[in-house]
Design a protein around this ligand. Sequence first.
Ligand code: DAH
Length: 371
Amino acid sequence: MSGTQSLIDALHALGDEALSAVSDASGPGELETVRVRYLGRKEGRISGVLRRVGEIPAEDRPALGAEANRVKAALEEALDARAGEFAGTGSGNEAGPAAPVRDRTGSSPAGDGGQGPGTRRGVLDLTLPGRTTFPGGRHPITLVVDELWEIFRGMGFTRARGPEAETEWYNFEALNTPLDHPAADEQDTLYLKGGNLLRSHTSPVQVRVMQDHEPPIRILAPGMVYRRDTYDPTHAPAFLQLEGLVVDEGISFVDLKATLAEFARRYWGPGTQIRFRPSFFPFTEPSAEVDVKRVYTDEDGVERETDWLEIMGAGMVDPAVFEACGIDPERYTGFAFGMGPGRIGMLKYGIPDIRAFFENDVRFLSQFADR
Ligand code: DAH
């Protein structure tokens, strides 16, 4: 052990000697000389001590190695710090090209800009401009979905979700839409390898929920949908939909109307009116397009009303859909609706072009940050 101890002592002595050589160095060239003298692989004095490792018992060798690494690391750190000082103060005025200075971080020692003592590593410069942080915010469509969700949650709805890559069966056939039906053409979408497709609406979530759950069912399913559409002010090939489904014994059109009227009044205000226009969807019978008209008093106390705005499709679940999902159509009835929160957001915030939602322009998005 005494041989071991004397080697360790020799290491420490070398380390101390090297550290004072570092602080005495007057420029980068001298620093490099110190580095080679102590840390150099062949001639370096620390390596010289390590070569004597054969003199000590094998079980002590790892301890010596560890000690040598500690001394080397301390020395490298001191060399780097001193090199940083030279780079920072510009006092590396020795003759000849500046010697390369090692830097374990891989960046050049002057990489901090070399603008003066204040930029040295680890020194705080209070004169530098501050870094702004952008806290971000919810996307305007997310804001609308969250508001809509709060209202439906208050009426006992649960959130549901389904996959964006769907089979033809879920997207069309289970929803009473044969693949050669014109309604399937209207919702043409992207097909994936293996025959699946990107869902063209959120209605397949209805099917998945009904397969997995016994009525009573009351769900709301937001999600992205995809269509073969041009990208213009009123269309996007990918957009968000919000699907609703209610199934129980004794559900009638009255429930559909009351639920949607209550929703509209909570979202747009107590004076809001709704109207149903007959329509067609393969998965509902009867089907309707639902419009709202806002009736309100403006800031000047004047009574105002908007035009009718179409906000969603809706209807009573077709018995064929219940059958596809394994639900008894003799026992249960239900209603469904599907709306586009993007469209609702455009109306609410007066956004004329749907593409604003997708272009990630911070000037547009930041307007919604605090709402
Ligand atoms: N899936 C329809 C579409 O994307 C929207 C829709 C209409 C959904 C009526 C429904 C519904 O649930 O009952 O055009």
